[in-house]
Design a protein around this ligand. Structure first.
Ligand code: AQP
Length: 329
Protein backbone atom coordinates (compact mmCIF):
# COMPACT_ATOMS: atom_id res chain seq x y z
CA UNK A 1 0.00 0.00 0.00
CA UNK A 2 1.32 3.46 -0.79
CA UNK A 3 1.55 6.10 1.91
CA UNK A 4 -0.70 9.05 2.57
CA UNK A 5 0.13 11.90 4.94
CA UNK A 6 -1.78 15.04 5.84
CA UNK A 7 -2.22 17.38 8.77
CA UNK A 8 -4.51 20.01 10.21
CA UNK A 9 -3.51 22.86 12.53
CA UNK A 10 -5.18 23.13 15.95
CA UNK A 11 -5.69 26.86 15.38
CA UNK A 12 -9.43 26.84 16.07
CA UNK A 13 -12.36 24.47 15.73
CA UNK A 14 -12.20 22.95 12.26
CA UNK A 15 -14.75 24.22 9.76
CA UNK A 16 -16.92 22.66 7.10
CA UNK A 17 -14.13 23.75 4.71
CA UNK A 18 -11.49 21.67 6.50
CA UNK A 19 -13.96 18.79 6.68
CA UNK A 20 -15.18 18.81 3.09
CA UNK A 21 -11.81 19.68 1.53
CA UNK A 22 -9.49 17.58 3.66
CA UNK A 23 -10.78 15.40 6.49
CA UNK A 24 -13.40 13.67 4.36
CA UNK A 25 -10.66 12.55 1.98
CA UNK A 26 -8.55 11.28 4.88
CA UNK A 27 -11.33 8.95 5.96
CA UNK A 28 -11.92 7.73 2.40
CA UNK A 29 -8.24 6.85 1.95
CA UNK A 30 -7.63 4.89 5.13
CA UNK A 31 -8.47 1.50 3.59
CA UNK A 32 -6.65 1.86 0.29
CA UNK A 33 -3.49 3.49 1.69
CA UNK A 34 -1.17 3.31 4.66
CA UNK A 35 -2.24 6.56 6.27
CA UNK A 36 -0.56 8.98 8.66
CA UNK A 37 -2.67 11.88 9.91
CA UNK A 38 -1.35 14.55 12.16
CA UNK A 39 -2.43 17.40 14.40
CA UNK A 40 0.24 19.89 13.35
CA UNK A 41 0.61 21.79 16.61
CA UNK A 42 4.11 23.09 15.81
CA UNK A 43 2.60 24.93 12.83
CA UNK A 44 0.03 26.55 15.10
CA UNK A 45 2.88 28.32 16.96
CA UNK A 46 3.55 30.43 13.86
CA UNK A 47 0.75 32.83 14.89
CA UNK A 48 0.98 34.60 18.29
CA UNK A 49 -2.77 34.15 18.95
CA UNK A 50 -2.24 30.37 19.18
CA UNK A 51 0.47 30.66 21.83
CA UNK A 52 -1.86 30.25 24.81
CA UNK A 53 -0.75 26.95 26.39
CA UNK A 54 -4.08 25.84 27.89
CA UNK A 55 -5.96 26.78 24.74
CA UNK A 56 -3.48 25.09 22.41
CA UNK A 57 -3.56 21.89 24.43
CA UNK A 58 -7.36 21.84 24.50
CA UNK A 59 -7.64 22.55 20.77
CA UNK A 60 -5.09 19.85 20.02
CA UNK A 61 -7.16 17.25 21.86
CA UNK A 62 -10.39 18.60 20.34
CA UNK A 63 -8.95 18.20 16.88
CA UNK A 64 -7.68 14.69 17.56
CA UNK A 65 -11.15 13.75 18.88
CA UNK A 66 -12.77 15.31 15.81
CA UNK A 67 -10.57 13.28 13.47
CA UNK A 68 -11.87 10.16 15.22
CA UNK A 69 -15.47 11.39 15.39
CA UNK A 70 -15.42 12.00 11.61
CA UNK A 71 -14.51 8.37 11.00
CA UNK A 72 -10.76 7.99 11.24
CA UNK A 73 -10.09 4.54 12.61
CA UNK A 74 -6.88 4.29 14.69
CA UNK A 75 -6.58 0.62 13.75
CA UNK A 76 -6.42 1.45 10.06
CA UNK A 77 -4.72 4.87 10.18
CA UNK A 78 -2.02 6.38 12.38
CA UNK A 79 -3.20 9.49 14.21
CA UNK A 80 -0.60 11.52 16.11
CA UNK A 81 0.49 14.93 17.33
CA UNK A 82 3.35 16.53 15.41
CA UNK A 83 5.10 17.78 18.57
CA UNK A 84 5.29 14.19 19.90
CA UNK A 85 7.61 13.16 17.06
CA UNK A 86 10.91 15.10 17.30
CA UNK A 87 12.03 14.17 13.77
CA UNK A 88 9.58 16.77 12.35
CA UNK A 89 11.42 19.71 13.90
CA UNK A 90 14.80 18.25 13.01
CA UNK A 91 14.04 17.60 9.35
CA UNK A 92 12.22 20.96 9.34
CA UNK A 93 15.56 22.64 10.08
CA UNK A 94 17.28 20.68 7.33
CA UNK A 95 14.57 21.69 4.84
CA UNK A 96 15.10 25.35 5.85
CA UNK A 97 18.61 24.81 4.54
CA UNK A 98 17.25 23.50 1.23
CA UNK A 99 14.56 26.08 0.50
CA UNK A 100 15.41 29.53 -0.83
CA UNK A 101 14.23 32.83 0.67
CA UNK A 102 12.76 33.78 -2.71
CA UNK A 103 10.59 30.65 -2.76
CA UNK A 104 9.28 31.33 0.75
CA UNK A 105 8.58 34.97 -0.14
CA UNK A 106 6.29 33.88 -2.97
CA UNK A 107 3.96 31.81 -0.76
CA UNK A 108 0.51 33.40 -0.77
CA UNK A 109 -0.35 32.05 2.68
CA UNK A 110 2.66 33.89 4.12
CA UNK A 111 1.70 37.06 2.29
CA UNK A 112 -1.90 36.88 3.52
CA UNK A 113 -1.11 35.99 7.13
CA UNK A 114 1.69 38.56 7.50
CA UNK A 115 -0.16 41.35 5.70
CA UNK A 116 -0.45 44.47 7.86
CA UNK A 117 1.19 42.86 10.94
CA UNK A 118 4.24 44.45 12.63
CA UNK A 119 5.61 41.49 14.55
CA UNK A 120 5.66 38.60 12.10
CA UNK A 121 7.27 35.46 13.53
CA UNK A 122 10.11 33.91 11.54
CA UNK A 123 8.30 30.56 11.83
CA UNK A 124 5.44 31.92 9.72
CA UNK A 125 7.94 32.57 6.93
CA UNK A 126 9.70 29.20 7.18
CA UNK A 127 6.45 27.23 7.71
CA UNK A 128 6.61 25.55 4.25
CA UNK A 129 9.99 24.01 5.15
CA UNK A 130 8.46 22.32 8.20
CA UNK A 131 5.47 21.26 6.13
CA UNK A 132 7.79 19.70 3.54
CA UNK A 133 9.53 17.83 6.37
CA UNK A 134 6.18 16.57 7.71
CA UNK A 135 5.35 15.06 4.34
CA UNK A 136 8.79 13.78 3.31
CA UNK A 137 9.43 11.98 6.62
CA UNK A 138 6.79 9.38 5.75
CA UNK A 139 7.93 8.65 2.17
CA UNK A 140 4.50 9.98 1.30
CA UNK A 141 3.08 9.20 -2.14
CA UNK A 142 -0.12 11.22 -1.82
CA UNK A 143 -1.12 14.33 0.16
CA UNK A 144 -4.88 14.96 0.40
CA UNK A 145 -5.42 18.70 1.06
CA UNK A 146 -7.63 21.61 0.12
CA UNK A 147 -6.79 23.92 -2.74
CA UNK A 148 -5.18 26.57 -0.49
CA UNK A 149 -2.32 24.17 0.29
CA UNK A 150 -1.52 23.47 -3.35
CA UNK A 151 1.34 25.95 -3.48
CA UNK A 152 2.98 24.43 -0.38
CA UNK A 153 2.76 20.92 -1.84
CA UNK A 154 4.28 22.10 -5.11
CA UNK A 155 7.14 23.61 -3.12
CA UNK A 156 7.55 20.32 -1.21
CA UNK A 157 7.88 18.52 -4.54
CA UNK A 158 10.47 21.05 -5.75
CA UNK A 159 12.49 20.68 -2.55
CA UNK A 160 12.41 16.87 -2.69
CA UNK A 161 13.56 16.94 -6.32
CA UNK A 162 16.29 19.49 -5.56
CA UNK A 163 17.57 17.37 -2.68
CA UNK A 164 17.47 14.17 -4.74
CA UNK A 165 19.30 15.78 -7.66
CA UNK A 166 22.00 17.16 -5.42
CA UNK A 167 22.54 14.27 -2.99
CA UNK A 168 21.07 11.23 -4.74
CA UNK A 169 17.65 9.59 -4.38
CA UNK A 170 16.57 10.18 -0.80
CA UNK A 171 12.99 11.41 -0.80
CA UNK A 172 9.81 10.11 -2.39
CA UNK A 173 8.32 12.98 -4.43
CA UNK A 174 4.69 13.27 -3.30
CA UNK A 175 1.59 13.96 -5.40
CA UNK A 176 -1.25 16.23 -4.33
CA UNK A 177 -4.81 14.94 -4.05
CA UNK A 178 -7.59 17.53 -4.35
CA UNK A 179 -11.35 17.00 -4.18
CA UNK A 180 -13.16 17.83 -7.43
CA UNK A 181 -15.68 19.88 -5.50
CA UNK A 182 -15.05 20.96 -1.93
CA UNK A 183 -11.37 21.76 -2.45
CA UNK A 184 -12.20 25.38 -1.74
CA UNK A 185 -15.23 26.12 0.40
CA UNK A 186 -15.74 29.86 0.62
CA UNK A 187 -16.64 32.14 3.56
CA UNK A 188 -20.32 32.61 4.30
CA UNK A 189 -19.90 36.38 4.59
CA UNK A 190 -17.66 36.83 1.56
CA UNK A 191 -17.55 34.30 -1.27
CA UNK A 192 -14.25 35.69 -2.56
CA UNK A 193 -12.41 34.45 0.56
CA UNK A 194 -11.96 30.84 1.59
CA UNK A 195 -13.69 29.62 4.74
CA UNK A 196 -11.09 29.59 7.50
CA UNK A 197 -11.09 28.42 11.12
CA UNK A 198 -9.12 31.44 12.34
CA UNK A 199 -11.13 34.14 10.54
CA UNK A 200 -12.02 36.69 13.26
CA UNK A 201 -15.64 36.82 12.00
CA UNK A 202 -17.49 33.79 13.47
CA UNK A 203 -20.35 34.20 10.96
CA UNK A 204 -17.91 33.50 8.12
CA UNK A 205 -17.79 29.80 8.85
CA UNK A 206 -19.63 26.76 10.16
CA UNK A 207 -17.57 25.04 12.82
CA UNK A 208 -17.87 21.29 13.25
CA UNK A 209 -18.94 21.78 16.89
CA UNK A 210 -21.48 24.57 16.30
CA UNK A 211 -24.82 23.88 18.02
CA UNK A 212 -27.86 23.50 15.70
CA UNK A 213 -29.24 27.00 16.32
CA UNK A 214 -25.90 28.59 15.59
CA UNK A 215 -25.77 26.71 12.28
CA UNK A 216 -29.31 27.85 11.38
CA UNK A 217 -28.43 31.44 12.24
CA UNK A 218 -25.18 31.42 10.26
CA UNK A 219 -26.79 29.92 7.16
CA UNK A 220 -29.75 32.29 7.27
CA UNK A 221 -27.32 35.24 7.46
CA UNK A 222 -24.97 33.90 4.79
CA UNK A 223 -24.63 36.38 1.94
CA UNK A 224 -26.38 35.52 -1.31
CA UNK A 225 -26.04 37.07 -4.72
CA UNK A 226 -28.36 39.55 -6.38
CA UNK A 227 -31.51 38.07 -7.93
CA UNK A 228 -33.30 35.11 -6.41
CA UNK A 229 -32.33 32.39 -8.81
CA UNK A 230 -30.56 29.27 -7.53
CA UNK A 231 -28.00 28.45 -10.14
CA UNK A 232 -24.46 27.01 -10.07
CA UNK A 233 -22.19 29.65 -11.54
CA UNK A 234 -19.10 30.32 -9.40
CA UNK A 235 -18.10 33.46 -11.30
CA UNK A 236 -21.51 35.18 -11.57
CA UNK A 237 -23.18 33.72 -8.47
CA UNK A 238 -20.28 32.88 -6.18
CA UNK A 239 -22.20 32.92 -2.88
CA UNK A 240 -25.09 30.69 -4.01
CA UNK A 241 -22.68 28.37 -5.83
CA UNK A 242 -20.71 27.94 -2.61
CA UNK A 243 -23.89 27.06 -0.69
CA UNK A 244 -24.86 24.63 -3.46
CA UNK A 245 -21.45 22.95 -3.26
CA UNK A 246 -21.78 22.55 0.52
CA UNK A 247 -25.35 21.23 0.16
CA UNK A 248 -24.28 18.76 -2.51
CA UNK A 249 -21.31 17.40 -0.56
CA UNK A 250 -23.14 17.18 2.75
CA UNK A 251 -26.13 15.31 1.31
CA UNK A 252 -24.28 13.47 -1.46
CA UNK A 253 -26.68 14.90 -4.04
CA UNK A 254 -25.53 16.15 -7.45
CA UNK A 255 -25.61 19.94 -7.77
CA UNK A 256 -27.84 19.72 -10.88
CA UNK A 257 -30.46 17.82 -8.89
CA UNK A 258 -30.48 20.50 -6.16
CA UNK A 259 -30.79 23.23 -8.78
CA UNK A 260 -33.86 21.45 -10.25
CA UNK A 261 -35.34 20.86 -6.83
CA UNK A 262 -35.19 24.54 -5.79
CA UNK A 263 -36.07 26.07 -9.15
CA UNK A 264 -38.32 29.10 -8.69
CA UNK A 265 -38.34 28.84 -4.90
CA UNK A 266 -35.96 31.67 -3.98
CA UNK A 267 -33.30 31.62 -1.31
CA UNK A 268 -35.50 31.15 1.79
CA UNK A 269 -36.52 27.48 1.50
CA UNK A 270 -33.13 26.59 0.04
CA UNK A 271 -31.22 28.03 2.99
CA UNK A 272 -33.63 26.51 5.49
CA UNK A 273 -33.17 23.02 4.05
CA UNK A 274 -29.41 23.49 3.77
CA UNK A 275 -29.18 24.43 7.45
CA UNK A 276 -31.19 21.35 8.44
CA UNK A 277 -29.01 19.12 6.24
CA UNK A 278 -25.87 20.43 7.95
CA UNK A 279 -27.41 20.05 11.42
CA UNK A 280 -28.41 16.48 10.60
CA UNK A 281 -24.99 15.63 9.20
CA UNK A 282 -23.07 17.08 12.13
CA UNK A 283 -25.26 15.68 14.90
CA UNK A 284 -23.78 12.14 15.01
CA UNK A 285 -20.26 13.55 14.60
CA UNK A 286 -20.81 15.87 17.56
CA UNK A 287 -22.20 13.02 19.65
CA UNK A 288 -19.20 10.82 18.92
CA UNK A 289 -16.92 13.78 19.62
CA UNK A 290 -18.35 14.31 23.14
CA UNK A 291 -17.94 10.66 23.93
CA UNK A 292 -14.36 10.37 22.63
CA UNK A 293 -13.17 13.67 24.09
CA UNK A 294 -14.25 12.71 27.59
CA UNK A 295 -12.80 9.19 27.48
CA UNK A 296 -9.23 8.09 28.27
CA UNK A 297 -9.08 6.26 24.99
CA UNK A 298 -7.81 9.34 23.16
CA UNK A 299 -4.56 9.47 25.17
CA UNK A 300 -3.87 5.84 24.35
CA UNK A 301 -4.60 6.37 20.66
CA UNK A 302 -2.28 9.37 20.48
CA UNK A 303 0.52 7.65 22.41
CA UNK A 304 0.32 4.62 20.18
CA UNK A 305 0.06 6.82 17.06
CA UNK A 306 3.17 8.80 18.07
CA UNK A 307 5.13 5.57 18.55
CA UNK A 308 4.11 4.27 15.11
CA UNK A 309 4.88 7.59 13.43
CA UNK A 310 8.17 7.96 15.29
CA UNK A 311 9.38 4.56 14.08
CA UNK A 312 8.92 5.58 10.44
CA UNK A 313 10.10 9.18 10.82
CA UNK A 314 13.27 8.31 12.74
CA UNK A 315 14.36 5.94 9.98
CA UNK A 316 13.86 8.53 7.25
CA UNK A 317 15.67 11.16 9.29
CA UNK A 318 18.64 8.83 9.83
CA UNK A 319 18.80 8.23 6.08
CA UNK A 320 18.76 11.98 5.38
CA UNK A 321 21.41 12.73 8.00
CA UNK A 322 23.69 10.02 6.66
CA UNK A 323 23.21 11.42 3.14
CA UNK A 324 24.16 14.90 4.29
CA UNK A 325 27.18 13.79 6.28
CA UNK A 326 25.50 14.81 9.53
CA UNK A 327 26.08 11.49 11.19
CA UNK A 328 29.44 10.28 12.47
CA UNK A 329 28.39 6.69 11.78
N1 AQP B 1 -12.09 26.64 2.83
C1 AQP B 1 -11.54 25.45 2.63
N2 AQP B 1 -12.06 24.60 1.71
C2 AQP B 1 -11.49 23.38 1.53
N3 AQP B 1 -10.40 22.93 2.21
C3 AQP B 1 -9.87 23.74 3.14
N4 AQP B 1 -8.81 23.62 3.97
C4 AQP B 1 -8.70 24.76 4.71
N5 AQP B 1 -9.66 25.61 4.37
C5 AQP B 1 -10.39 25.03 3.39
C6 AQP B 1 -7.98 22.44 4.08
O1 AQP B 1 -8.01 21.98 5.42
C7 AQP B 1 -6.76 21.39 5.75
C8 AQP B 1 -6.25 21.90 7.07
O2 AQP B 1 -5.75 23.19 6.97
P1 AQP B 1 -4.72 23.78 8.03
O3 AQP B 1 -5.22 23.62 9.40
O4 AQP B 1 -3.36 23.23 7.80
O5 AQP B 1 -4.66 25.28 7.68
P2 AQP B 1 -5.29 26.13 6.56
O6 AQP B 1 -5.14 25.48 5.23
O7 AQP B 1 -4.72 27.50 6.69
O8 AQP B 1 -6.83 26.10 7.00
P3 AQP B 1 -7.65 27.22 7.80
O9 AQP B 1 -8.94 26.62 8.20
O10 AQP B 1 -7.70 28.48 7.00
O11 AQP B 1 -6.78 27.41 9.08
P4 AQP B 1 -6.12 28.72 9.66
O12 AQP B 1 -7.22 29.69 9.77
O13 AQP B 1 -5.56 28.31 10.98
O14 AQP B 1 -5.05 29.13 8.71
C9 AQP B 1 -5.82 21.66 4.58
O15 AQP B 1 -5.78 20.50 3.78
C10 AQP B 1 -6.51 22.78 3.86
O16 AQP B 1 -6.19 22.80 2.49
Amino acid sequence: KSRVFSGIQPSGVITLGNYLGALNQFVALQDSHESFYCVVNLHALTLPQNQDPAMLRARTLDLAALYLACGLDPKRATLFIQGDVPAHAELGWIMQCVVHMGELSRMTQYKEKSDGKDAVLAGLFTYPALMAADILLYDTALVPVGDDQKQHIELTRDLALRFNNRFGDTFVVPDILLMKEGARIMSLDDPTKKMSKSNPVPGSRIEMLDPPDEIRKKISRAVTDSGREIRYDPSEKAAVSNLLAIFSLITNTPIAQLVDQYEGQGYGPFKKDLAEAIVEHLEPIQERFSHIRSSDEITEILTEGAARADAVATKTLARVKATLGLSHR
